[in-house]
Ligand binder design. Sequence first.
Ligand SMILES: Cc1cc2nc3c(=O)[nH]c(=O)nc-3n(C[C@H](O)[C@H](O)[C@H](O)COP(=O)(O)OP(=O)(O)OC[C@H]3O[C@@H](n4cnc5c(N)ncnc54)[C@H](O)[C@@H]3O)c2cc1C
Length: 114
Amino acid sequence: MYQLYRFGTRLSSYGTNFVIVGAGTAGCVLANRLSENPDVQVTLIEAGGPATDPSIMDPKQWPYLTGSGVDWGYRTVPQPHTDGRVHDWPRGKVMGGDQQHQCHGSCSRASQRF
Ligand SMILES: Cc1cc2nc3c(=O)[nH]c(=O)nc-3n(C[C@H](O)[C@H](O)[C@H](O)COP(=O)(O)OP(=O)(O)OC[C@H]3O[C@@H](n4cnc5c(N)ncnc54)[C@H](O)[C@@H]3O)c2cc1C
């Protein structure tokens, strides 16, 4: 059985065998595999909400997800090798995690040596 609880939910009132923190790629795969066993209860906790922002499904919009409600809003410290600039450091805060920030692009083989 697969269960998702947001912050603030009292887990002690539910029986659970595994608690997974973070519903990114790793957390979702782990929850899926563990929950294949019908005798096991899995709790998957995600800080963000469901991936309902339509921009997530539009590949052109991915740069605008940085700093939005589905991003943790991290920034680097000033970087000496970029003239002291501070850079956005996008990380998904949403069901699916960082994968929801990607532009779903692909590239084909560029040369025989690739
Ligand atoms: C913009 C961008 C582009 C990328 N492009 C590529 C690419 O082209 N090719 C490639 O191979 N990889 C790419 N990556 C990297 C790849 O997406 C990540 O390495 C991978 O998705 C990480 O998965 P994860 O499960 O380890 O972590 P995440 O996907 O970061 O999942 C962690 C989850 O945990 C949640 N969380 C964190 N703290 C807590 C907490 N305390 N309580 C509850 N939940 C919490 C977060 O909200 C998040 O949903 C890209 C990443 C980004 C950000």
